[in-house]
Ligand binder design. Structure first.
Ligand code: MG
Length: 377
């Protein structure tokens, strides 16, 4: 599908540098909002965008998971950089990646940047915010309006570069000619309400005017953070994207009516298949639990390696502790607390152990910085 694109990024009124990065290489579009001391956030968001740009040839609409793989590659690149340079330790970035295809768009997303779709004047947020307050809104504990002013609204629960392993949200949406898609960093969405975003985006003639108008709104509202807005108008060829047509294969009049025995054999075959499926799923489930590890905290807030998965199903815990550590949650910077409480999934016990050892390094670094701060005070 043809696209027309507008983009603007602005440092805002408060921050010294701009740690947002973006990519507009149709059909790929991305926004990354970096975080970390000094210019580390800039390094993280630029690295994410570069990995995506370099890997553009490896993604396709036929294989949406290829978008998640790209974000995994970006994560690995940022994480490796951060581990090899003390000045970059702890850096991370959000990333919202969109691929516009024919009649369909795919989104891969980590963090609290957002994607929206404007259709017939109505705005719809297409991504979940990976923040503490985002989760509280989804669970109905607070309203979206309360989230906007919540003291912990900046606590992010998922970002690229913080850990060797990440969970990427993947979403497929219907895309029509006439849709206006919007990617933005939280410098827009935390300063301007969805309704005001919709009004300004609807009023703008072309995507560049829309991007400009939205950044102006965020600046007028205080511009407390870097602001980046990417606007993509879908147009050109109308693509109503018909689903795969199923033709009815009812037997012609010449085929004989099935006899009772044939029916029974069919039924037995279906039953056998069902039993096999149940056995396979049950076996796979057990296998998956035995081969899954995560790093979390126990009831005393001690960092612990678990075998299983951190999610509960019907109130049941699906994990057991396999290796405690001497590390306590309070030894670590706040930015890691939510991640650990949620459980950081890893591929193997080895990886779990190296995650704990990385966390121990981080704790030492953090304690040193805290000690320095204390001696200055
Ligand atoms: Mg931001």
């Amino acid at each position: 599908m043809n696209t027309a694109v507008g983009v603007r990024t602005d440092v805002g009124r408060v921050r010294e540098g701009n740690e947002d990065s973006y990519l507009a290489e149709p059909p790929l579009f991305a926004i990354a909002d970096g975080m970390g001391g000094h210019s580390a956030g800039e390094v993280a968001s630029e690295t994410a965008v570069k990995v995506i740009s370099d890997g553009a040839a490896q993604v396709s609409s036929e294989d949406p998971r290829s978008l998640a793989r790209l974000l995994n590659n970006a994560n690995a690149a940022i994480y490796t950089k951060a581990q090899s340079d003390a000045a970059l330790l702890g850096m991370g970035t959000t990333c919202t990646l969109l691929m516009a295809g024919e009649g369909i768009a795919h989104i891969a997303h980590v963090g609290d940047s957002r994607a929206y779709r404007l259709r017939d004047g109505v705005i719809e947020q297409l991504t979940d915010d990976h923040t503490l307050v985002g989760r509280m809104v989804r669970e109905g504990q607070i309203s979206p309006e309360e989230a906007q002013h919540h003291p912990q609204r900046n606590v992010i629960t998922n970002a690229l570069g913080l850990d060797s392993n990440i969970a990427v949200d993947l979403r497929e949406i219907e895309a029509r000619a006439g849709d206006r898609l919007l990617l933005c960093s939280d410098g827009l969405s935390s300063m301007v309400s969805d309704l005001d975003i919709a009004a300004a985006a609807n009023a703008a003639e072309d995507p560049q005017q829309a991007a400009e108008a939205l950044v102006e709104l965020a600046l007028e509202a205080g511009g407390e953070d870097n602001i980046t807005v990417l606007v993509i108008d879908l147009g050109g060829k109308d693509a109503p994207a018909p689903g795969p047509q199923r033709t009815d294969t009812s037997p012609g009049p010449s085929s004989a009516a099935p006899t009772t025995s044939r029916r029974r054999r069919k039924w037995l075959g279906a039953l056998l298949l069902l039993l096999l499926l149940v056995a396979a799923v049950y076996g796979a489930g057990n296998w998956a639990l035995d081969n899954s590890y995560y790093v979390g905290v126990d009831e005393l807030d001690r960092v612990t390696i678990y075998q299983g998965i951190p999610e509960r199903i019907a109130g049941l815990t699906l994990a057991e502790p396999v290796e405690p550590s001497a590390l306590s949650l309070e030894d670590l910077p706040d930015s890691r607390h939510a991640l650990l409480r949620q459980g950081m999934k890893v591929e193997s016990l080895d990886e779990a152990q190296s995650t704990v050892s990385n966390l121990s390094d981080l704790a030492r670094e953090f304690q040193n910085q805290r000690a320095k701060g204390d001696s200055k005070a």
